[in-house]
Design a protein around this ligand. Structure first.
Ligand code: CMC
Length: 428
């Protein structure tokens, strides 16, 4: 890492601040001493110009549309790898050899069951509860069941809780679905793959054998890979911030799930499919494009635009391909796919979207695939949470292992009243 200096002059004072370089990507100005030396804070709501940590996990070049996990391009991982392999890579920094992958997969498969008592939690929810509401509650409750792995200072505890979270998330997610449709919960079957197991627990019933369709299993696994991590996005930053206080990992993941639920983040896949349904046929597209461009209309094209990508989201490219594969394996077609393709084409030739560099993101096509597989829209964000758990866990572990780690505590520009005296109630 090379070190340069940046100079800031303010209030008649000049301060030198180190400029740090990573292995790739923009340099950062290290402003940690700024307040001490000048009495000034920086101001950056939404963190558009602020790096919050060092990280060696994921790199995004938003202008070029590049996404690397531990250096490997997402396109290569999606094509050649499996979700278990990518999980190992995110957690450990290197691709596993055959023995390491077999051992990791075996370990994860041995943690797939949840404490039997946990199933009674579901019964406390209304049947029509949003599954993300159930996920927030049940994942947060895990720390009440797994006390033996909540010492965050112990690397072994951290490892076991990481494995537990990755392994149990499909079981918990499938149970949320089963509860909503009134079918019995299915126990995991560990001879199946991580993804095959999840599909069976979701769509299988105890009365019949469930046959995993290999193409669907592969597509689902790829969707998990595409969602596995995305550097310091809102939910990951939430997990890190929650974890910075020393909270246990189960509580941190519940915080991440809560943040992911929002329609500007993980909830966009549900919102994107609902939007496509609302648009319906291609002839209605121009009307919705006009609405998206109208400053006085809150409508936005869901599945379009990204804080970091100012180019085509590389995950959207893989998603679009995967739609065709799933349709051909299941011998289905969905006219909404045509609407989506046409919407993309019209938006990408419109000056508003060109100038603002708004391209389809990962969520634009994912809803069409998930719906073809049989998931209701309310489950879409749950699947995102399931896959992102490994990213959250890897980032949380990285933060806890960082010797320079501190509690996250932003400052503010105060705009409220200055000090004033209390007026008794009877005089107001
Ligand atoms: N449709 C219409 N206009 C848009 C859209 C959109 N989808 N996205 C951004 N804009 C406009 C926005 O109005 C603003 O215009 P102006 O400069 O004239 O005020 C400009 O583009 C910049 O937008 P911004 O909201 O300041 O950008 P941001 O970086 O804060 O927001 C975003 C990024 C993803 C929240 C936003 O693009 C958006 O709301 N997209 C729709 C929701 C969505 O698809 N989210 C999924 C993101 S990918 C999955 C994930 O990471 O969770």
């Amino acid at each position: 890492m090379s070190e340069n200096q940046a100079t800031l002059s303010a209030d008649g004072k000049t301060v030198e601040m180190p400029v740090r370089s990573g292995t790739i990507g923009p340099d950062v100005v290290d402003i940690r001493k700024l307040y001490g030396q000048t009495g000034l804070f920086t101001y950056d709501p939404g963190f558009t110009s602020t790096a919050s940590c060092d990280s060696a996990i994921t790199y995004i070049d938003g202008d070029e549309g590049v996404l690397l996990h531990r250096g490997y391009p997402i396109g290569q991982l999606a094509e050649h790898s499996s979700f278990m392999e990518v999980s190992y890579l995110l957690l450990n920094g290197e691709l596993p050899n055959q023995d390491e992958l077999a051992e990791f997969t075996r370990t994860i498969s041995r943690h797939t069951m949840v404490h039997e008592q946990l199933s009674t939690f579901y019964r406390g929810f209304r049947r029509d509860a949003h599954p993300m509401a159930i996920m927030c509650g049940v994942v947060g409750a895990l720390s009440a069941f797994y006390h033996d792995s909540t010492d965050i200072a112990d690397p072994q505890h951290r490892k076991i809780s990481s494995h537990r979270l990755i392994a149990k998330m499909p079981t918990i997610a499938a149970m949320a679905y089963k509860y909503s449709v009134g079918q019995p919960f299915l126990y995991p079957k560990n001879e199946l793959s991580y993804t095959g197991n999840f599909l069976r627990m979701t769509f299988g019933v105890p009365a019949e054998e469930y046959e995993v369709v290999p193409e669907v299993e592969r597509a689902m696994d790829r969707i998990f890979i595409l969602h596995a991590d995305h550097e310091q996005n809102a939910s990951t930053s939430t997990v890190r911030l929650a974890g910075s206080s020393g909270a246990n990992p189960f509580a941190c993941m519940a915080a991440g799930i809560a943040c992911l639920w929002g329609p500007a983040h993980g909830g966009a896949n549900e919102a994107a499919l609902n939007m496509l349904k609302e648009i319906g046929t291609p002839d209605k597209i121009p009307h919705y494009i006009e609405r998206a461009k109208d400053k006085n209309d809150p409508f936005r094209l869901m599945g379009f635009g990204h804080r970091v990508y100012k180019n085509y989201d590389p995950r959207a490219t893989v998603m679009q391909q995967t739609v065709r594969e799933v349709f051909s394996a299941l011998k289905v077609n969905d006219p909404l796919f045509e609407t989506a393709l046409r919407l993309e084409e019209i938006a990408l030739s419109d000056p508003y979207f060109i100038e603002k560099k708004l391209f389809p993101n990962v969520d634009f096509y994912s809803g069409i695939i998930l719906s073809a597989i049989g998931f209701p829209t309310t489950m879409f964000t749950v699947l995102f949470a399931l896959a992102r758990t490994v990213g959250w866990v890897a980032q949380w572990n990285e933060m806890i292992s960082d010797p320079g780690q501190k509690i996250g505590r932003p400052r503010q520009l105060y705009t409220g009243p200055t000090q004033r005296d209390y007026i008794p109630l009877n005089q107001r």
